[in-house]
Design a protein around this ligand. Structure first.
Ligand code: HAM
Length: 419
């Protein structure tokens, strides 16, 4: 039988790497909950129509969707992102506004895999539905910023832009289209052919021909209506008040079509420029209505877990190493003592592990070393007969050398050594 392997573009995350994930998720949960966001869990698959609303002209919908027909003939898709699902959920459940929720989980996009780009990847994100207040934009952006900051990431930037709204965007779109039509021959193949679908996308294209052709293109920021201009100014003022440094990037369009007004991205200077976005988001004031709900504004972001951890590696900060247990129980009497002692230690709140299958003393000490434990609790025939256990320092960090204590005092001895 050929060797079975994980599909291209997917990976297994195992310990100790998975411990870094768990810590990052826990940190994000605390950050989001502390600001009034509650966990939302939506299905990993939805009716295809849910995701089609994020933009028929986007790569995500046109080329990258994992869609399929189920046994009941329904056309479904694995989620390529979470915002559309959260909005669908809002329309279905109608929670009280503002509805502030956070999430973590996998997304699926049929992209060409490379470092930092996978077909199944994990996002941390949050969505705030029900307010158009610019201060909410500042809150949302500030939460992502404070997460990176608390992790010690110093090479993360913040780019922001405004894409206007239903009032000012159509006029700008026409202006840009006319500008680009006159230069159609200079654009890359894709944008030459698909120019009319969404001319703004050419501004975001990283191909040199598109970049050259759009150098002098009109900028949405110069064509905002008065309310959109005031909104953007208020967002910038708020970011400055919170001390969040940012750069205005008039080319920042983003890869989803639902955005209005504020859009933002967090590029990392520590990663290769092709996949350097550690996260991104923006306002989507028209999306709830476009998906069949009442007109309701919203804003949110999603951060890529794999990319954040790649950036941590590149910057040599936080969320590395760790994991493992506190105490490893070595039982030279057949395993029954280890069964009972690990159970007692865990009940007292310690992380404890042991070896199985009555392995040799050498094999058990090797396993103890690999486990990351600082202490070994050793039970040999003498200890078993005397009702004692020996406690041994494995890392040289815990004071006290090796001592033998009554089994009933093991908890006190572990606490004395590990604090
Ligand atoms: P997005 O920019 O498509 O936005 O994805 C957000 C983040 O997910 C990216 O910045 C990146 O870190 C990570 N990411 C995206 N694709 C991949 C991939 N193939 N492999 C690894 N990481 C990836 C959204 O998904 C929007 N839903 C964000 C949002 C929330 N907007 C409003 N609310």
């Amino acid at each position: 039988m050929p060797e079975l392997r994980a599909p291209i573009g997917t990976r297994d995350v195992v310990a100790p790497e998975s411990a870094r994930w768990a810590r990052l998720v826990a940190r994000f949960a605390v950050t989001a909950e502390a600001a009034g966001y509650g966990l939302v869990l939506t299905p990993l698959f939805e009716d295809l129509a849910v995701f089609q609303r994020v933009g028929e002209a986007t790569d995500i919908v046109r080329k990258e969707m994992y869609d399929f027909e189920d046994k009941g003939g329904r056309h479904l898709a694995l989620r390529p992102e979470v915002t559309a699902s959260v909005v669908r959920s809002y329309i279905q459940l109608r929670p009280t506004l503002p509805w502030k929720s956070w999430y973590v989980g996998p997304n699926f996009r049929y992209e060409s895999p490379q470092a930092g780009r996978y077909r199944q990847f994990y996002q941390l994100g949050l969505e705030a539905i029900g307010s158009a207040d610019a201060d909410l934009d500042v809150e949302v952006i500030g939460l992502a910023w404070s997460l990176y900051d608390a992790m010690g990431l110093r090479q993360v930037g913040l780019s922001i832009n405004s894409l206007g709204d239903d009032v000012c965007r159509p006029g700008y779109r026409e202006l840009l289209l006319r500008f680009l039509e006159a230069r159609r021959a200079e654009l890359c193949d894709e944008h030459r052919i698909r120019l009319e679908d969404n001319p703004l996308r050419a501004l975001d294209c990283k191909k040199p021909e598109c970049m050259a052709a759009t150098v002098d293109a009109p900028r949405q920021l110069d064509h905002l209506c008065e309310p959109c201009g005031a909104h953007f100014a208020r967002v910038r003022e708020g970011l400055m008040a919170l001390g969040v440094p940012h750069t205005v990037d008039t080319r920042l369009v983003r890869g989803l079509d639902y955005y209005t007004r504020t859009t933002f991205e967090f590029p990392s200077g520590a990663l290769d420029s092709a996949q350097n976005a550690l996260g991104g988001g923006g306002r989507y004031d028209g999306l709830v209505e476009a998906m069949g709900g009442p007109p309701t504004p919203g804003i949110g972001f999603a951060l890529g877990i794999e990319r954040i951890l790649l950036a941590c590696d590149a910057e040599g900060v936080a969320e590395a190493g760790g994991g493992g247990v506190d105490v490893f129980v070595v039982d030279l009497t057949g395993g029954g003592a280890a069964r009972d002692v690990t159970f007692e230690l865990r009940a007292a709140g310690w992380r404890a592990d042991r070896a199985f299958d009555a392995r040799s003393a050498k094999a058990q000490f090797k396993a103890a070393d690999r486990s990351g434990a600082r202490l070994a609790v050793v039970i040999g025939p003498d200890e078993a007969a005397a009702g004692t256990v020996s406690v041994k320092d494995l890392r040289g960090g815990a004071p006290g050398g090796q001592v033998t204590v009554a089994r009933a005092h093991l908890g006190d001895e572990v606490r004395r050594r590990l604090g």
